[in-house]
Design a protein around this ligand. Structure first.
Ligand code: NAD
Ligand code: ZN
Ligand code: ZN
Length: 346
């Protein structure tokens, strides 16, 4: 089968031919219908070998939707042909954290060698994908696979971040969304669907700002050295109760710190290598800073329900699997609008 792999440190994604995997006990084989391309893959491919906890080659792709092609021995609960979304941050499945569905926070997964598909385990940028347990599969029902696949990360990660800050997103509050790309354009819609907050979107690209406005941002601001003072002005000097930074570069974490209101929440979601110093005098009083990682299983189920209700729509650009190297190149230059989705069996 065709697959997109990261094969050697310092290299780029390559389209290769590898054997179709066979499901072992408890596993499920999916025929991939859609796979999303996330900016985190570019971050992983930029890391030195010492910072990558799994061996290469790696089949990329941690957003996947597929149809069940075959069941391994003892795998029950899904039927061949059923269309499912893959919950990506696999945990051990047995600890107290996994028991409440927060497998993204499982403290044992790394030590046990359990990695998400596309971030250690073979991923979804391939014609077929092996999933270790039926537990990681969620039925998508009537949702279109291409439209649904960004929900598994570009939707789930901001959903989880927004949910955490819901108590602060009351009428009259402001939420700043930094970076209106794959995750950010979903964040704007999630804020619209779940809160009455005023949404201020920041980006360096006018096209991304236009997309943010189109999907529901009340204000858009160019992300530069003046952005924080602009946000202070828009909020009568109060600042934003919640700041979601989907870039995480030094410049954007500084904007986040300078934009937050007292007792606000800052979530640094992006992997841009920036740092946000916490300590007396560094941030407004009582600000909480979080570094989110993906979301829980129950949050993915909730988000799929929200999408079925028509409240969120990912903007997608679709491509064949062969075009993956070009798609990653475009993504690295900020050239993708919304989410790029590859259709391996199209
Ligand atoms: P993307 O490339 O689709 O979007 C990034 C957006 O940020 C683009 O619109 C770009 O124009 C904009 N941008 C770049 N520099 C900017 C700046 N200085 N100020 C404002 N906007 C700027 O990327 P994505 O797939 O949406 O991922 C966003 C980030 O989130 C990445 O760093 C990715 O690694 C990270 N991520 C984290 C998690 C997590 O669990 N923490 C999950 C998924 C993605
Ligand atoms: Zn991702
Ligand atoms: Zn666990």
């Amino acid at each position: 089968m065709k697959a997109v792999q990261y094969r050697k440190f310092g290299g780029g994604p390559e389209v290769v031919d590898i054997p179709v995997p066979q499901p072992g006990p408890g596993q499920v084989l999916l025929r991939v219908l859609a796979a999303g391309v996330c900016h985190s893959d570019l971050a992983v491919m930029s890391f030195p070998e010492s910072a990558v906890p799994f061996p290469l080659p790696l089949t990329l792709g941690h957003e996947g939707v597929g149809e069940v092609a075959a069941l391994g021995e003892g795998a029950t609960g899904v039927a061949v042909g059923e269309r499912v979304a893959v919950y990506g941050p696999w945990g051990c499945g047995r600890c107290a954290v996994c028991a409440v569905g927060r497998e993204n926070n499982c403290p044992h997964a790394g030590r046990l060698g359990i990695f998400p598909p596309g971030l250690g385990a073979p991923g979804a940028l391939a014609e077929y994908l092996l999933v270790d347990s039926v537990r990681h599969l969620m039925p998508i029902g009537e949702l279109d696979p291409v439209a649904a696949v960004p929900l598994t990360d570009a939707g789930l990660t901001p959903y989880s971040a927004v949910k955490r800050s819901l108590p602060k997103l009351v009428p009259g509050s402001t939420c700043v969304v930094i970076g209106a790309g794959g995750l950010g354009h979903m964040a704007v819609q999630l804020l619209r669907a779940l809160t009455p907050a005023r949404i201020v979107a920041l980006d360096v690209s006018q096209e991304k700002l236009d997309l943010a406005a189109e999907v529901g941002a009340h204000e858009v601001v160019l992300s530069d050295g003046q952005a924080a003072s602009c946000i202070r002005e828009l909020t009568a000097e109060v600042g934003a109760e919640v700041v979601l930074d989907f870039v995480g570069a030094q410049a954007t974490t500084e904007t986040a710190a300078a934009s937050a209101a007292m007792a606000g929440d800052i979530s640094v979601v992006g992997m841009g290598g920036g740092a946000l110093p916490v300590g007396f005098g560094r941030l407004p009083y009582n600000v909480s800073v979080t570094q989110p990682y993906w979301g829980s299983r129950s949050e993915l189920a909730e988000l799929l329900a929200l999408a079925r209700a028509g409240a969120v729509h990912a903007h997608v650009e679709t491509y064949s699997l062969d075009r993956a190297p070009e798609v990653y190149e475009r993504l690295s230059k900020g050239g993708v609008s919304g989410r790029a989705v590859l259709v391996p069996n199209g």
